[in-house]
Design a protein around this ligand. Structure first.
Ligand code: CP3
Length: 333
């Protein structure tokens, strides 16, 4: 069994497996080299050969315990026929929503559009560099995808004023998202994903109707993933009540963000925990890194724990700091 599964399924402690959110990409010079010649990000995600190479890059360098496929949460809106573009120094930009067209999407068309992602997973499951490692497939949570689909750009500066104005659109999209996120999970699992992570990067923007936007839609996906026999990790970034979230949504493992006090949290939850370290710590120095990393490892000495960050690794992170991080985690006793 892989170290992450030992932790997740058998509740083993002290194994300290490690992988990093957004490990495939941006901070790696070998990724930037590929990216330079592939200016269309969606096309790059749909190129299963290059995506395989990018997925393996961090494994070659750091021997992480899991590979996360090189893809994006916005491949679902793309599969549903919404235009999705990634603009340099700006981030994602989505086209105007055509609700009628989205509602008519057929499953086989969606699966066809994303077939190279499934091909990527099939190829990776045969890659001997991933022996005894997990292969992580992922999806965006319904709320976070709804945010991108309606807001059409990153909500860094808040949601657009009329975000909630079309109630019918919201409820139609939530239904469609539930259906097609499940299709995407099922296809990834069939193609060889051994774990699924649900990214709810903008969960912290929810201030009302938690059942409608956060708990019910995520629990539906968690139950579905469990039913098809694969463990599921949730990352509801920025929420204030992780204990309540774990109680209601009940994933196999919870990824915490860096605003959570881990010591307090484990008094109130039983499930395995992943992550937490502020990715900015990787921008400081090795002494501080050791101090902060050891702090997490000490706290989780007798709680099943997978080392990871409290959000994606930052583009300006130095390779040698990542190498040092892995060394600290692996040598910790
Ligand atoms: O290493 C990995 O985790 C593999 C793949 C991965 C990417 N995006 C590749 C990517 C994963 C798991 C994601 C998830 C994702 N995408 C999230 C959830 C996690 C989080 O960070 O909150 C979100 C919100 C997105 C949407 C998205 N994609 C944004 C906002 C951006 C632009 C800014 C950024 O993060 O770089 C992207 C582009 C993107 N996705 C890049 C990569 C490697 C950068 C592309 C580039 O080179 O310009």
């Amino acid at each position: 069994m892989t170290p992450i599964k030992e932790c997740l399924i058998n509740n083993k402690t002290n194994l300290n497996p490690i992988w990093l959110m957004r490990q495939a990409g941006r901070y790696l010079p070998e990724f930037r080299e590929i990216r330079k010649n592939n200016t269309n990000f969606i096309d790059l995600c749909l190129n299963s050969n290059l995506s395989e190479e990018i997925t393996i890059q961090p494994i070659d360098r750091f021997d992480f315990d899991a590979a996360i496929i090189f893809s994006d949460i916005l491949m679902i809106p793309y599969g549903l026929g919404q235009q999705v573009e990634f603009k340099k120094d700006f981030g994602p930009s989505l086209g105007k929503i055509n609700a009628a067209k989205i509602l008519e999407t057929e499953e086989n068309i969606f699966t066809d559009k994303l077939s190279s992602i499934y091909k990527l997973l099939q190829n990776l499951s045969k890659n001997n560099k991933l022996e005894n490692k997990d292969l992580i497939g992922f999806v965006g949570a319904p709320w976070t995808l709804l945010v991108y689909m309606i807001n059409r750009v990153s909500p860094k500066n808040g949601l657009s004023e009329n975000f909630f104005s079309d109630k019918n659109l919201i409820s139609d999209l939530l239904k469609i998202l539930d259906r097609f996120i499940k299709v995407h999970i099922r296809n990834q699992v069939k193609a060889g994903a051994t774990l699924i992570q649900i990214f709810d990067s903008w969960a912290g923007l929810i201030t009302k109707d938690f059942d409608k936007y956060l708990y019910n839609p995520t629990a539906s996906l968690v139950n579905y993933t469990k039913e098809i026999g694969v463990p599921v990790i949730c990352f509801p970034r920025g929420i204030s009540n992780y204990a309540e979230y774990c109680k209601i949504v009940n994933p196999d493992m919870i990824n915490i963000d860096y605003n959570i006090n881990p010591k307090e949290l484990i008094k109130n939850i039983q499930i395995p925990v992943q992550g937490g370290l502020d990715p900015k710590v990787l921008l400081t120095d090795k002494d501080n890194l050791r101090k902060q990393v050891t702090n997490y490892l000490e706290i989780f000495k007798s709680h099943p724990y997978v080392f990871n960050l409290g959000h994606g690794i930052l583009p300006q992170t130095k390779i040698e700091m990542v190498a040092e991080l892995v060394k600290i985690v692996r040598e910790y006793k």
